[in-house]
Design a protein around this ligand. Structure first.
Ligand code: PHE
Length: 467
């Protein structure tokens, strides 16, 4: 398919050199801490199989269609998310107010970045711990204590949070093709390789069968309104949806690339990485009774060092692995703040370096609240933060509220308002059936599911309050 069109405006930020660069960059955004750190631990906390099933369903029927809608808006306008939505409202006659989806997305990106960089900082710390041999022959209890020690050390957390924020700043400040494109192209393939090595280790040395059973045997009694909402929210988080990251990347996508096929590839790659991460981690968890499946955010950081500590070449592989986790987080972080930066450049006329500096600085400041959530604010769970610590609150607010809402609004806008000619131009549908299916999913299925899931959770919370 080739829908090269001379009317398509060029992005002032540049364009990816090819469809594959887009795939790698979008996969770089999608594959991150969400897949390797968050997915295993929330699956662990929410009973495994049934949760995983809900997550996979959400990816397939809600996430991937919305991802296509986002890329559609981005590439159609070749502008930052706020302006992309605005351009579309003009083309389609929709209300100007839809552009607030873009504004909410920009804010969500900054909120996510604030805690994302703290967690990515843990991975950086682990790179150095691993290379210095800390994990050699470490026991499960020792590994647990090591992670606890890191959380209890605000100076270390702060240092790594700052380092990671600075790394992200450097890439976004260097611009789209030099900065973002390069990271994606060279780093992503290594991550896939390292995960494959861990998978083999889990198979040979861990309790692989128990891991597989946990992830893939659905026990529906473990599902609550809460866990369904977490699974759905995670589908948005892991695909970088609902906040404009993928829309911003879509703005740099070559006109000749087919949106449908390209996004399907990204969605499948992202899901595979999450499942392989789960299959690498759970066999180790089940082989070590001292590690709890529901250990929470520390699961990855407690379980894997045990594997590295006891496997041949563990020092090397462990170091490589945590470096790759940091890189995966890095290429995602870049996309978390790119919408805000592109907006400042286009609308305020700022230089890229200034925009990147201010945005990264704000996220860094906000991140102090997450750092403090593991120290002085660990018990600070006021009612107005819904009894969460600031870290948990930002996570909840973004992945379970802002991203799904943003995503649904994007779905509704595109599916109900897009002029047929525009859809045809960007998607280049070959068959009417594909178009009908996509529009049906976007118009009815995603909004119903997302709102229903939110309603179930709200109902559950209210009835608990009443009880
Ligand atoms: N998808 C990223 C991950 O899984 C996180 C992310 C969310 C990135 C939203 C950009 C936008 O780690």
């Amino acid at each position: 398919m080739d829908n090269q069109n001379s009317h398509t405006p060029k992005s002032i930020h540049g364009t990816w050199s090819s469809r594959w660069t887009f795939i790698l960059a979008a996969t770089g955004s999608a594959v991150g801490l969400g897949n390797i750190w968050k997915f295993p631990y929330i699956a662990g906390e929410n009973g495994g199989g049934a949760f995983v099933l809900v997550y996979l369903l959400c990816i397939a029927i809600v996430g991937i269609p919305i991802m296509m809608a986002e890329v559609f808006l981005g590439r159609n306008a070749r502008r930052n998310p706020v302006n992309a939505v605005e351009v579309f409202t003009r083309q389609s006659g929709a209300s100007h107010n839809w552009r607030y989806i873009g504004v909410m997305g920009v804010i969500a990106g900054l909120l996510i970045m604030s805690f994302y960089s703290v967690v990515a900082g843990w991975a950086l710390h682990y790179v150095f711990a691993s290379i210095s041999g800390t994990f050699t022959d470490i026991s499960a209890a020792g590994s647990d204590a090591f992670f606890g020690g890191l959380l209890g050390d605000p100076k270390a957390l702060l240092g790594w949070h700052s380092t990671f924020t600075l790394m992200t700043f450097i890439i976004v400040a260097s611009g789209v093709s030099k900065g973002l494109g390069a990271v994606a192209k060279y780093m992503m393939p290594f991550l896939f390789l390292a995960l494959a090595v861990l998978l083999v280790y889990g198979f040979l040395a861990g309790n692989f069968k128990a891991g597989v059973m946990f992830l893939f045997t659905p026990n529906f009694s473990a599902l609550t309104g809460d866990s369904i909402l977490i699974a759905m929210g995670h589908a948005f988080f892991t695909l970088s949806l609902g906040m404009g990251a993928i829309m911003a990347y879509g703005a740099y996508m070559p006109s000749s690339a087919n949106i449908g096929k390209t996004i399907l590839t990204v969605g499948i790659l992202d899901t595979l990485v999450a499942l392989v991460a789960g299959l690498a981690i759970f066999p180790i968890v089940f082989a070590n009774p001292t590690i709890e499946v529901g250990a929470g955010p520390g699961l990855l950081f407690v379980s894997l060092p045990i594997a590295f500590g006891s496997m041949p070449l563990g020092l090397l592989i462990g170091t490589l692995f945590f470096a790759l986790v940091a890189v995966a987080a890095w290429s995602s972080a870049v996309s978390l703040i790119e919408p805000a930066i592109a907006w400042l450049i286009e609308n305020k006329g700022w230089k890229r370096i200034k925009a990147a500096g201010i945005v990264a600085g704000c996220c860094w400041l906000l991140g102090l609240l997450t750092v403090a959530s593991f120290g002085p604010l660990a018990e600070f769970k006021p009612a107005w933060l819904l009894y969460f610590t600031p870290f948990d609150f930002f996570d909840f607010l973004t992945s379970q509220i802002m991203l799904p809402l943003g995503g649904v609004l994007i779905a509704l806008l595109v599916a109900w308002k897009a002029p047929a000619a525009l859809l045809q131009k960007e998607f280049g549908f070959k068959s009417q059936k594909t178009q009908t299916l996509l529009l049906f999913l976007l118009r009815f299925v995603s909004p119903t599911l997302v709102l229903l899931i939110m309603a179930i959770k709200l109902f559950e919370t209210l009835s608990q309050l009443g009880a």
